[in-house]
Design a protein. Sequence first.
Length: 321
Amino acid sequence: MEYTILGRTGVKVSRISLGTWSYGGVNVVGNNVSVGWAGQDDKDSRGALRKAYEVGINHWDTADVYGDGKSEQIIGSMWNDIPRKDIFIATKVGWDMGPFNYYYHPNHMRNNIERSLRNMKIDCVDLMYFHHCNFGKEEQYFDVALETVRRFKEEGKIRFIGLSDWFLEKIMKFVKKCNPDVIQPYRNVMDDTYVASGLKDYVDKNNLGICFFSPIKHGLLTGKYTAPATFETGDFRTTVKEFASQELIDKIKANKIKMEVRFKSHPQPVMQGLAGALLTDVPTGCVLLGQRNVEQVEAAAHLGSALSKADADWVKELYKE
């Protein structure tokens, strides 16, 4: 496993880090909106965590809302087998309004960080992200939310502050005022605004840690699908329209074959192309790869090397519209 220093945190983390969204299982919020993952077995989750430790994947990412805390609880069940000090844990706050009518109410933020600590059976979270940048129509809730998180840090409940969102333009709107230690944006070779948004330049100039989520677009980019897929209620992938496009699925299958040829000397040629291309221009960060079982962790253990610029450009070109 390859490692990097996560920006100004000074912490050494695995370039392939572990995303545990799926460990929360199926979940719905609001008007029956699917936000979880189907088909996940708790034994597989625990087996994946154990294997991740064995192969050196030392950065685990979760959130308070993954399965309403279930993902965090599974992590918290592992400390008899795994030394807590060897794992860098990130969680998030903000996607759950609780009894309030807006995100980031300070009372609910405090309730949820305390719950996260209990769920994971730890005294301090290494990194806590703002889960998104929806701080009110007039941004009126941002200052109090930031003050609340900084207080958590003063109290020893968290070590570092992170900022996340699906839209990099939103991150750019708040990154200077937030002054986070780590950024977690959405990025894969199909959906990539890391450079165009200005975020790459800001991260590089300020030595921030960077962790990309959904690097394989929820599994779609692996080329394993041959026809439009359907998922059960509670599975987030029901909301991803690209899973219904036969034309796109065919294109991804063709790209899979091309990468298998280009990177044939690698034990995981497709995954190396997809993940390695994202690491080429990221000296201070990693990709958060969902690993649902031991087999997926074993595959991930072969990854973490950045592609050359020429190879990365070639991969990205495959996925341009």
